[in-house]
Design a protein around this ligand. Structure first.
Ligand code: MG
Length: 342
């Protein structure tokens, strides 16, 4: 197999406000794995909080390249992925880009979609949530109109105008809301007070209410919360599940945090064993990585895979939505085609 990659920047349609600031673009890397005339595509997306960059991903991919070139059989994927994981700690999105490309390549060689290789039922995909950022009232209302086809709203809160944002939404929509605080509430008492206020407002769950390493307060909140709590920044990989299960009702699994489809699938199985709900999420990504995550979405309770809809320069055609429900195609691999002129 041969590995190559290119750096890109994705630009958001609207600047994206979360608890810790505003972002207008994100760095990504597109990976190609070539074997026997077939090409598998993968992607690394690097949100600042995971500490990866174009440079760090390039360094990691160059270090992985000899291992990949030595490998003559992509179906030795389990050995390849575990060797790659051992090359260096962290670098989870760089690792995910190889994992995704390898799954895409294997699907193309077998002429099978990845959802079928994972034995998923493509008819049981969830609805994706549609993200509303922290914005002015009129913009929030307009975004709700723009996202009319979607059945679940995902709302970012940061502890500043939270009640006003929810009241604005509720003045125009009764759709179920998933809340994402991105670690933005300052303390457990404030968090509990807000969750109690949200409890009768058709809210599905609250994601990452407190700072990611604040385990004592997370546990305190878990015992008192009238709404399910989901870990996002508090969980990255399979080995984190045991710690998280005492403090949250569910986990947000993202390929960029957990090194890709293989580990995400293992995490879903483990979450089921320990009675955690599963949300499959994404970073700001093209339809390449989003379509990879979507292959596993039939196993999830919830999905938050609207990332590619929020960017101006999506580099791939991939999964689509029908009235907000994820539609998996019968295309082989992760089901993506690069757009021309990108
Ligand atoms: Mg989140």
């Amino acid at each position: 197999m041969k590995l190559s990659f290119t750096n890109h920047t994705l630009y958001f349609k609207r600047p994206f406000k979360i608890a810790h600031g505003t972002r207008s673009s994100t760095a990504i890397v597109i990976v190609q794995l070539e074997h026997d005339g077939k090409i598998g595509y993968g992607e690394a997306s690097m949100p600042p909080y995971l500490g990866e960059s174009h440079e760090s991903v390039a360094t990691f991919l160059k270090s992985a390249s000899p291992l990949i070139e030595q490998c003559k059989n992509p179906f030795e994927w389990e050995a390849i992925l575990s060797e790659i994981d051992l090359l260096a700690p962290n670098n989870t999105s760089a690792k995910a880009s190889i994992d995704i490309a390898l799954h895409d390549l294997m699907g193309k060689i077998k002429n099978k979609p990845c959802w079928q290789m994972f034995q998923a039922d493509k008819n049981t995909t969830p609805y994706t949530a549609y993200t509303l950022g922290i914005d002015e009232q009129e913009i929030i209302k307009q975004k709700i109109v723009d996202g009319d086809e979607f059945k679940i709203l995902k709302v970012k809160l940061n502890g500043e105008n939270d009640k006003a944002i929810i009241n604005t939404i509720r003045s125009v929509s009764n759709k179920p809301i998933a809340i994402d605080v991105n670690q933005g509430w300052k303390n457990k008492e404030e968090a509990l007070e807000m969750i109690q206020w949200l409890a009768d407002k058709n809210v599905l769950f609250v994601e990452q209410p407190l700072a990611k390493n604040n385990w004592d307060d997370a546990h305190w909140l878990f015992e008192k919360s009238p709404l399910p709590l989901f870990a996002d920044e508090s969980i990255q990989r399979y080995t984190d599940i045991d710690k998280v299960k005492a403090c949250f009702h569910g986990i947000n699994i993202k390929l960029m945090k957990c090194t890709g489809m293989h580990e995400a699938f293992k995490m879903i199985q483990k979450a089921r064993e320990v009675n955690l709900k599963v949300l499959i999420g994404c970073m700001s990504e093209t339809s390449c990585a989003i379509s990879a995550a979507a292959q596993l979405s039939p196993f999830a309770d919830y999905a938050d895979l609207d990332g590619a809809l929020l960017i101006k320069n999506n580099l791939f055609e991939g999964i689509t939505f029908a009235d907000g429900k994820i539609v998996l195609s019968d295309m082989s691999g992760i089901g993506v085609t690069p757009k021309e002129n990108n």
